[in-house]
Design a protein around this ligand. Sequence first.
Ligand code: ADP
Length: 502
Amino acid sequence: MPIATIAPEVHPNLQKFLSKKIHPMLIGGRWVESASGKTFKTFNPATGEVLGVISEAGAQDVELAVSAAQKALNGSWSKISPAEREKILNKIADLVESHSEELAQLETLNNGKTIRESKNGDLPLAIGLLRYFAGWPTKIHGETIPVSVPYYPGAKFLHYTVREPIGVVAAIIPWNFPLLMAVERLAPALACGNAVILKPAEQTPLSALRLGELLLEAGLPEGVVNIIPGFGPSAGAALAAHSGVDKVTFTGSTEVGREVIKASAGNLKRVTLELGGKSPNIVFADADLEAAAKGMFMGVFYNQGQCCSAGSRIFVERSKFDELVGILSERAKTVRQGPGLDPKTQMGPLVSEEQRQRVLSYIDSGKKEGAKLLAGGEAVSGAGYFVRPTVFSEIKDTMKIAQEEIFGPVAAVMPFDSVEEVLSRANDSAYGLVAGVWTKDVKKAHQMAQNIKAGTVWINCYHFVDAAAPWGGFKQSGYGREKSQYAIESYTQLKSVWVDLN
Ligand code: ADP
């Protein structure tokens, strides 16, 4: 396996980071190798070269990380005031901001996404999350509630509530937005006073490890965040089952989400799940067609289609179907694919060879089931895990490519004739993460928004997210909400205090 040659334009800090022989894990404020001594390789998906060798966390490392998190929780971290937590989170935000160039490059090198997306999407969103949640620690409070006790007439009580941290939070995250997902969990968890064990995805551990260095630089006490890269069935499963972990926040596939629920049953952990999607993006004939065409393209192909929120089922009202699908297919055919660090690249590789094979098998199934291929439909030959952006039409709703999450650059386009029809087809999915609606008719837009079963509905836009807007799924897309004030609820638990004043 060739070792990656790091391009000279790569930031000097990053060159230094990448020159480590082994990337250790962060446990209890120290960088340590795994107890077993095991390591695994991580790759540059644009070339297939090895980008780093990572210490692989196993059950013993999970044990150590849980102990370190518990120690921090019961020690130094519990003594830090909300105002101090706010300062630390702002410091982390400052550090991520001042290192954003190198972090964006690292994300692109390890995940494959274009530098434009890393720089303009992942990094500013991560910084936004840190700043948003930095504002919360001093605003997390309970309330006083007027209580009465029927068997004690006239008696006076003071009753108040307190929001307390849940404890040790395990964050198990995927590879599609590695740094952003890490920050999306760390920021609210820390704002609420929890300690965290972060398990990045095995495909993309590097940006989380670099973030770990910045967390220490920001003065986060030891053990408050532990970062243990490893594989799902070993490190991930051990975290989900561990009785010292109080909450699991998981983002990944629906199948693994089910495993996490089962594993969490032993000590009845709090669980929040952000799972798959097969989201409808619905374009009415009265939409701004230029904007809708862009929204269709970006909705399904952003991040090479590796988004849980990809708008992969595209419904277009019949009178505009040929026109819009023509634009989409043409753009798909002409998109410039290449290494993400090249500023001219418009679409990078998929994250891994395994993922490429998975996507290609879906493309095969579309062909076999009789869908019509309008663009793409194959891998790009040569180095790297590239797949051509693919558009299928003549889809039956029962086909695999219309039902299952592909997590790659594959669009299924379907015409429709009425609001009722498109609503029922859009909702005919096991998933319910997001939906897009394109129309200039305000009434129709809101009627759609009210009737679509999804956690987020975008009207005349797509893939917009913000730290302040709740994020999560309906149906088998998961439960609980990340981001926003609702994350504060899910990273705290409520205590009810009664005081007898008689
Ligand atoms: P994907 O198919 O997108 O890789 P997964 O659901 O397999 O998504 O993985 C998402 C995250 O869940 C990764 O960090 C992975 O290591 C972890 N994971 C995979 N299997 C398990 C498991 N059985 N228990 C806990 N975590 C797991």
